[in-house]
Design a protein around this ligand. Sequence first.
Ligand SMILES: [Zn+2]
Length: 140
Amino acid sequence: MIVACANCSTLNRIPEHKPLAEARCGTCQHPVMATAPIDASAANFQRYLKSELPVVVDFWAGWCGPCKMMGPIFQQVAAELAGKVLFVKVNTETEPELANQFAIRSIPTLMVFRHGKAIAQQAGAMQAGQLRQWLGAVLQ
Ligand SMILES: [Zn+2]
C-alpha cells in the first residue's frame, strides 16, 4: 500500500501486514496517517493523489461561510474514516492554481479521487450524515 505522509507528503510503501495507523514515515518519522484533514498545496497535491487510498478534497476559502460550517464536519468524518480515505483540504485563496486546474467554480466543492482520477464532485456544504452517505455511494 502506497500512501503519502500526512506530515511531509513523501510517498511511503506500507507492508500489507502492517496496520496503517502504526506506520511511520521513512523521511520525517511522523505517523503516515493523520486523523485530521491534511492541508495540501500545489507543491504536494499530486503526491497525495498518488496514494493508493481514495482521496476526498475540500476546496474552501476563509471568507466562505458555508466552508466554515463544513470544516468541523469534514474533520469529524476524516477521523471516522482514518486509514480508509485520505481527507485533504485546499485553500483556494492560497492555492488558486489548484482551484483553476480543477475548474472550481463555487465553494465549498468536494472532489473524490481514486488512483489519481476524479470520480465524483459535489458543490455545497454537507451535513456529516450526507457526507458519509455520499462517500459510501461514491466509493462502494
Ligand atoms: Zn513524512
